[in-house]
Design a protein around this ligand. Structure first.
Ligand SMILES: *Cc1c(COP(=O)(O)O)cnc(C)c1O
Length: 351
């Protein structure tokens, strides 16, 4: 029956960091340093846990299809914008592409970056068009505008996964001004950068800013994402979305997390302190980062070799070799709990 499978699902699909975890377990480590997926090392806010627990009691009911209370809470936290929500930002990305991309449409992607934009575009029949970044991974607005010609939508991640660097809001404004299609700005890591892209929403009706509760808000397992969208796009998004995409328990947890900004501040402070230590103490070149991870150049080793060697020593990181447009000699290391970060530093010294 294999002939029934669409071409876009014959390849490898999204690459997870779990392979290295299995190696660590097989080598007998029962306490594994998990630095492969950019999660928060801290558990969720107690308020998030309490709200989710409460919501379980009415799980016999479908959630509010418009996520009214969550949207109100988002508006209080982030300003008077139009919001859409989904099962992780990945769910939001998938719906945005479903709403805008027809078979054969060009989907421009500033690379190297997060692989899911290309995967979701292909699933919709779109044709991903990579736009390479400069040598230092900076974004050249002119080049993005030029190569986005004819594209329905352009994806740009800032701070960027996996390189860690951020693109200044002025450059993003220039791009919004110059392209004919939409710009999806992925702000998954924006809490870790001292940058605010939201004011741009007042100036452009082709800008979508994607955000997530998976990183700084410590709710990766509950899958909550959202986006600030132009107001004309909100009803379009709703028509394209799977009904009840975001579940009521996760939405309640997100509201609890929003009610505890101190928890986020603690996580961000932990990350920024360790980011400095990583830059100073990792015995390989570390790229400047505005995110909760750093990209490390492990040459002459390949990323895959380094990941396997570290996994055997009980430390899980992500090889960046699978990111098209990046060399094969990088690993991406999340900032974890103190003991996890110390273990990483120890093992890198003897790699
Ligand atoms: C983690 C991540 C996301 C989304 O995560 P969700 O868990 O689906 O909300 C989106 N973009 C980038 C670049 C990420 O690293």
């Amino acid at each position: 029956m294999q002939h029934l499978v669409r071409d876009c699902f014959r390849g490898q699909g999204y690459r997870f960091a779990s392979g290295a975890f299995d190696i660590a377990r097989t080598c007998g480590w029962d306490r594994v340093a998990r630095l492969g997926s950019n999660e928060s090392p801290y558990p969720p806010s107690p308020l998030a846990i309490a709200r989710a627990t409460e919501a379980l009691a009415s799980a016999n009911r479908y959630p509010d299809e418009h996520m009214g209370s969550l949207v109100d809470a988002l508006r209080r936290a982030f300003g008077d914008h139009a919001f859409v929500t989904g099962a992780g930002m990945d769910g939001v990305i998938e719906t945005v592409i479903r709403a805008t991309v027809d078979a054969g449409d060009r989907v421009a992607i500033s690379t190297p970056t997060f692989s899911f934009y290309g995967i979701a575009a292909r699933a919709q029949g779109g044709i991903p068009h990579p736009i390479p970044r400069d040598r230092d991974f900076a974004v050249d607005a002119g080049r993005v505008i030029e190569e986005s010609r004819g594209a329905t939508i352009t994806f740009l991640c800032t701070p960027n996964n996996p390189t860690g660097n951020a693109t200044p809001p002025e450059v993003i404004g220039e791009i919004c001004d110059g392209i004919e299609g939409m710009l999806f700005l992925d702000n998954a890591y924006v809490e870790f950068a001292a940058l605010d892209y939201l004011p741009l929403l007042h100036r452009f009706d082709n800008l979508i800013i994607g955000r997530t509760f998976s990183k700084a808000y410590a709710l990766a397992g509950l899958r909550v994402g959202f986006a600030c969208v132009p107001s004309w796009f909100e009803p379009v998004f709703r028509r394209a979305q799977t009904p009840f995409a975001l579940n009521a328990v996760s939405a309640a947890a997100a509201m609890g997390a929003l009610a505890d900004p101190e928890h986020v501040r603690r996580i961000v402070a932990h990350v920024t302190a360790w980011r400095r230590r990583f830059a100073a103490e990792i015995p390989f070149p570390v790229l400047p980062s505005d995110a909760n991870f750093v990209l490390v150049d492990v040459a002459p080793l390949t990323g895959d070799e380094a990941v396997e060697a570290l996994a055997r020593r009980g430390v899980v990181v992500r090889s960046a070799a699978g990111f098209p447009g990046l060399g094969d000699h990088y690993i991406r290391v999340s900032i974890g709990d103190d003991w996890e970060n110390e273990r990483l530093l120890e093992e890198l010294q003897v790699l």
